[in-house]
Every structure is written in C-alpha cells, then in structure tokens.
Design a protein around this ligand. Structure first.
Ligand SMILES: N[C@@H](CCC(=O)N[C@@H](CS)C(=O)NCC(=O)O)C(=O)O
Length: 211
C-alpha cells in the first residue's frame, strides 16, 4: 500500500527534526509549510494540533504531534529502517534518553534561556533538578560510545542529536567535546543533509520573496 504521510512544519522550527526522521525512514511524504501566528493558528490546523504548533504528521489518517512522538512513531511504523533497537539494554537506553531529551533536557535548556532561576532548595521538585546536572548526565551518556542506545544509530540519536545540534547552534549548550563530536557524527548522515538542505532551501525562498 502506498504510504500517505503529510508533514506540517516550518523550516525554522522543531519541524526540522520530523523532516530528518522522514528522510531516515525513506518514505515519500508531502509537506505543508505553516506560518507563525498565521496558518499555524488557523481553525483548520488547530483541528490537527490544538496547540497550534509544529511539527505534526498525518499518516494514513492518524495524527501524531510532538517531535519525540513523531520520531518514535515513525521508527515503529517503518521497522525496516532499523531505527529501533531490539528489546534489551539498547532498547532501554532508547526510551530512557528519548524521554529525557523531550522532558528534563528541553525544560532545563528553555528555562535557562528564559532566565528562570531554580533555587537549590527547589531542585528536588523540578523534574530536571538543575541545568548543570542535566548537562553532566547527557555528557556522560554521550561519552560511552558513538550512539546513545547501543552501537547503532537509532531514532533516539536523531531526537537527542537534534537537541544537541540546536543547543550548540544557538549557544544554549556549552561546547563540550562530547556534544560537538556527537553532533559532527550525526550531521554526516545523508538523511540529515537532505532534510537540512530542503529546509534551508525553503528559508532562502521565503527570504527571496521578502517573507
Ligand atoms: N513540544 C512540542 C513543541 C513544539 C513547538 O513549540 N514548536 C514551535 C516551533 S519550534 C511552534 O510551533 N511555535 C509556534 C507557536 O507556538 O505559536 C514538540 O516537541 O514538538
């Protein structure tokens, strides 16, 4: 059966993660680019994602929102792409670090960028504890091998690696050698390059139109 996948995105967004994942699974997909504050908040799109945020995908009628969920969903939907480790230690790390990145890691980085100050006596209550502890845990996990879950690239690398890449690009992560080496390794992937080129092309076209 021909797969029917639609990606709602904006080239300057976490939609870049979903596009990279689609390129990794190698299935054809269509793209609908949404504008911030405009089509992203239209009634038609709010019916897809009531958050009015990108990315979202629709696969054979099923809606998936949340970049991490999109990665996990596509990895499961297309097992032939080999992006989910077999059950066991690598699968445990796959779930562990994907959820870590979607929860504590993202919250710690965003809160820090927004100047939210977590006092030492509040760290037990805050899910990420402290920014420093999150960064140290991530660095330790990335120092164990080339990939975060077992000895092969998986959707967990794609998701965690996207956060590391954004963090290094926007200066919200320290340039620790383990982060830089990991990002350099992942960005050599042909699917990453294809996705980045497609999104960068959209950005250049919008710029040329004066949008
Ligand atoms: N938790 C969501 C976050 C999605 C998100 O915040 N997307 C931003 C772009 S990176 C967005 O659509 N912002 C538009 C808005 O909130 O109006 C995910 O991981 O997919």
């Amino acid at each position: 059966m021909a797969e029917d996948i639609l990606l709602y995105t904006n080239p300057m967004s976490r939609g870049r993660i979903a596009r990279w994942m689609l390129e990794e699974v190698g299935q054809p997909y269509r793209v609908e680019v949404l504008g911030y504050g405009t089509s992203m908040k239209s009634p038609a799109y709010l019916a897809v994602n009531p958050m009015g945020k990108v990315p979202a995908i629709v696969h054979c009628g099923a809606v998936v929102t949340e970049a991490a969920a999109i990665c996990a969903y596509l990895a499961d939907a297309f097992p032939e792409a080999g992006l989910v480790p077999e059950p066991g230690a690598a699968r445990a790390d796959y779930f562990r670090w994907m959820f870590f990145a979607a929860g504590p890691l993202e919250a710690a980085v965003v809160n820090r960028a927004l100047g939210v100050d977590v006092k030492p006596d509040q760290t037990a209550f805050v899910g990420y504890g402290s920014f420093g502890r999150v960064m140290d845990a991530l660095e330790e996990a990335l120092s164990r091998g080339d990939y975060i879950a077992g000895d092969r690239f998986s959707a967990a690398d794609l998701y965690v690696g996207s956060h590391v890449g954004f963090g290094l690009q926007f200066g919200s992560y320290e340039k620790r050698p383990a982060f830089e080496a990991y990002h350099a390794r992942l960005s050599e992937r042909p699917a990453f390059r294809r996705a980045a080129e497609a999104d960068d092309r959209l950005i250049a076209e919008a710029k040329a139109r004066g949008a």
